[in-house]
Ligand binder design. Structure first.
Ligand SMILES: Nc1nc2c(ncn2[C@@H]2O[C@H](COP(=O)(O)OP(=O)(O)OP(=O)(O)O)[C@@H](O)[C@H]2O)c(=O)[nH]1
Ligand SMILES: [Mg+2]
Length: 324
């Protein structure tokens, strides 16, 4: 018999149940992958692909309410046009400096898209704005299916767990982790008569996480409020960001880098050869732009300048207006 894992939504064979005699009911309802991830932090790759995940999203009914979840550290609104009734949820506010105002972040998003019914900035970890979000789910989602969609690691399952905890008596807990592809299939939960459905997050081929091992994924993933690091750049030179990225500059400038606090940034001379065998991308920035290195950091520039970035070839590096 096939049943569904309550932690990740994947189909599981019931033969494996024989090994589960000493487990409680919640542990028993998990597949082996979720059990090991939850109890020992052991991560196992999956054979499912982005195409499999896209197929799940393609089947979302047109009249469903879609909660489009995107992390403030990796704002990705690429797939929003697929859906008709959308609430945008920007997660992980606790990782940005406290001084950053919500209205600035909302302004940023509203310049990129107007395809949403409503928007909320939250932190699931700090329980920030969850009451407000839950009121919006009730306002727009009563009598509908409410699908949580977004990129992998955006925080969909963590948010649903928090909603279960805050607004229901259920003990259910969806598996979450900092690694890609934690949720593998649809997972339905009922909270205060709302029908909430978690989905697997989409994968991005440009994420720096694809180039890193598990230890390094842990290292580069911020878990505490980021302390921005500002640099006064003089003449020409280079910055090395944790020996993964190199940034060459050619003018005086003030820049601020947002990345995990434990990662090192060092200054070297332009002539130093370090990382020069990585792929180089040149940017001629207008004023008030950010350079984003997907899933690693973003760098705020105020002045016009020429910048060269050296990075692993698959990593997506792009320019946007200043977020902060
Ligand atoms: N600091 C912080 N971390 C968060 C927040 N929400 C989620 N996370 C972390 O982000 C990581 C990914 O969370 P998940 O809930 O598994 O993400 P997901 O979107 O369900 O990922 P997939 O199932 O792969 O699609 C975990 O390490 C969470 O602890 C938040 O509000 N603040
Ligand atoms: Mg998930």
């Amino acid at each position: 018999m096939i049943k569904k894992c309550l932690g990740c939504g994947a189909s599981i064979q019931v033969e494996h149940e024989k090994n589960k005699e000493n487990m409680n009911n919640i542990e028993r309802s998990l597949c082996e992958r979720c059990f090991k991830l939850k109890n020992y932090g052991e991560y196992k790759n999956t054979n499912l692909t982005n195409e499999d995940y896209q197929k799940i999203l393609d089947k979302i009914p047109k009249d469903a309410l879609v909660i489009y979840v995107t992390s403030l550290l990796n704002i990705n609104l690429k797939y929003i046009n697929r859906f008709d009734n959308v609430i945008i949820v920007l997660t992980k506010k606790d990782l940005l400096p406290k001084s950053v105002k919500d209205y600035k972040l909302i302004n940023y998003v509203s310049k990129v898209t107007d395809k949403y019914l409503d928007i909320e900035i939250i932190s699931s970890i700090k329980n920030y704005n969850l009451d407000s979000l839950f009121s919006k789910l009730k306002k727009y989602g009563r009598g509908k299916e409410i699908y949580f969609v977004g990129m992998t690691n955006s925080g969909k399952s963590t948010l649903i767990n928090k909603l279960i905890k805050n607004y229901s008596n259920e003990k259910k807990e969806i598996t979450t982790s900092m690694y890609p592809s934690t949720t593998l299939g649809k997972i339905e939960v009922c909270i205060d008569n709302l029908k909430i459905i978690d989905t697997p997050g989409l994968l991005s081929s440009g994420s720096i996480l694809n180039t890193l091992n598990i230890q390094d994924i842990k290292r580069v993933t911020p878990t505490k409020e980021i302390k921005p690091r500002s640099y006064q750049l003089k003449n020409t030179g280079s910055l090395l960001i944790d020996d993964i990225i190199r940034l060459n500059y050619y003018n005086d400038n003030n820049i601020t880098i947002y990345l995990a606090n434990s990662l090192k940034i060092t200054r070297i001379s332009l002539g130093n050869q370090k990382l020069k065998d990585s792929k180089k991308t040149t940017f001629n920035l207008e004023k008030n732009k950010d350079i984003v290195i997907e899933d690693l950091c973003f760098i705020k520039f105020t002045n016009e300048c020429k910048i060269e970035i050296y990075a692993p070839s698959s990593v997506n590096i792009y320019v946007r207006d200043n977020l902060i």
